[in-house]
Write a protein that binds this ligand. Structure first.
Ligand code: SF4
Length: 402
């Protein structure tokens, strides 16, 4: 409609005075997308004096509120860093955005801040909400159109109505602007790993290794806490995909960065009530440098006489070319299959960026389900960790005194 005026629907005023373009920043968009928008789109908004509102959430929960990063008819730049990044929330919880389900990441980082802004701006007034789903995104449209807020929100899907596919949109942009436009997405988006999206995403990992490296560390920690949590599904990690496709620079950067980070021995417990329904507890029980923490876990394993496992199969991984679990683990209990509730408990090592977390009810629920053999093992490992911790402190004191 900006490059082709007849495409403007009657609901939009000829001077665009009733049109608002709203962008929610997740904080993790590739910088290339931002540069393209700044170079090609913002000049069009300025030329037609169209209002641009850029919002971002200020924290992990709705009550943290949102920030309006800009609200202007003359925009010159975007604020891709947002305020509270989606990746920051994932880092703290030791998780990554997940495939499938209701795209919680998108709801939290995009939907919620936009909804909050609209509620504040429009109050009870009805408004038309145009979203750029393409002709192949009928499922998303079905889901989105159910959200009408009692008739206040009137959704419309112009690209779908035109019958345009994603490729049609890309061709149009190329014809009009002379540029190949990559998909707008988070650097750690699990949906960018499909067959059609991956080549483009891979090219960005290759071109922007410094931007990409932190997400590789994030996935490494996430996999340490849960070997089944590869970014693209169980046994399908980003790290393996990049190695397979020989884009190793971001991995090398991540490995170097991890060597200088504080590490932790994590104690991880899961109480499964059903196959994909577990309460989780994560505790960092010993902190130190990369080598110290790895050696400490080996020593704990020796003291309790339980071998560390490594390179095991990952449940649910593809039989051909699926990942193996590369993280050392000291298992106290493996989950049983088919009988619930069931428990899983292990110790492992990773950069110390995930925060300790468990629900208030976890401790009681865990105790209720813990049998005597597991409780006995827990006491032994607990003691061994304390012994190793004490030895490290004494060693540090000796070297300080020397
Ligand atoms: S781009 Fe991907 S990771 Fe980012 S919010 Fe959307 S679905 Fe989630």
């Amino acid at each position: 409609m900006l490059t082709d005026p007849p495409a403007r629907p009657d609901t939009i005023a000829s001077d665009f005075s009733n049109l608002v373009v709203v962008i929610a920043q997740t904080g993790d968009e590739w910088s290339t997308t931002g540069r393209l928008v700044q170079h090609y789109i913002l000049p069009l908004l300025r030329k037609h004096n169209i209002r641009l509102v850029e919002v971002a959430r200020k924290g992990p929960t709705k009550k943290d509120g949102i920030a309006v990063l800009q609200d202007t008819r003359q925009p010159y730049r975007l604020h891709l860093d947002g305020v509270y990044k989606l990746s920051r929330e994932n880092r703290v919880t030791g998780t990554m955005p997940q495939l499938g389900g209701v795209r919680k990441c998108s709801q939290k980082a995009k939907g919620a801040p936009q909804d909050a802004w609209r509620a504040n701006e429009f109050g009870d007034r009805p408004y038309i909400h145009a979203i750029g789903f393409n002709v192949h995104e009928g499922t998303r449209i079905t889901r989105d159109s159910a959200y009408s807020m009692g008739g206040q929100r009137i959704p419309t899907y112009p690209i779908y109505d035109w019958g345009w596919s994603r490729q049609d949109c890309l061709d149009y942009l190329y014809r009009k602007l002379g540029v190949a436009w990559p998909k707008s997405c988070c650097r750690h988006c699990p949906y960018a790993g499909n067959k059609s999206g991956w080549p483009e995403q891979l090219a960005r990992f290759a071109a922007l290794p410094t931007e990409a490296a932190q997400h590789i560390i994030d996935e490494y920690v996430c996999l340490a806490l849960n070997p089944r949590s590869g970014l693209f599904g169980p046994g399908k990690s980003l790290i393996t995909r990049l190695r397979r496709d020989q884009v190793t620079e971001p991995i090398a950067l991540a490995v170097n960065r991890m060597k200088t980070m504080p590490w932790a021995i994590y104690r991880v417990r899961r109480l499964y009530y059903a196959p994909a329904n577990a309460a989780r507890s994560v505790d960092s029980v010993l902190l130190g440098g990369h080598r110290t923490v790895n050696t400490a876990l080996t020593e704990v394993s020796r003291l309790v006489d339980i071998s560390l496992t490594k390179n095991e199969e990952i449940a649910g991984a593809p039989t051909r070319d699926g990942d193996r679990d590369t993280h050392p683990r000291l298992w106290l209990r493996r989950r049983g299959d088919g009988t619930y509730p069931t428990q899983e408990e292990f110790y492992t090592v990773a950069p110390a960026q995930a925060q300790d977390k468990e629900l208030d009810s976890f401790a009681d629920a865990w105790t209720d389900h813990t049998d005597e053999p597991l409780a006995w093992l827990e006491r032994r490992v607990d003691t061994a960790v304390a012994v190793v911790q004490q030895a490290l402190i004494e060693g540090q004191c000796r070297s300080n005194a020397a």
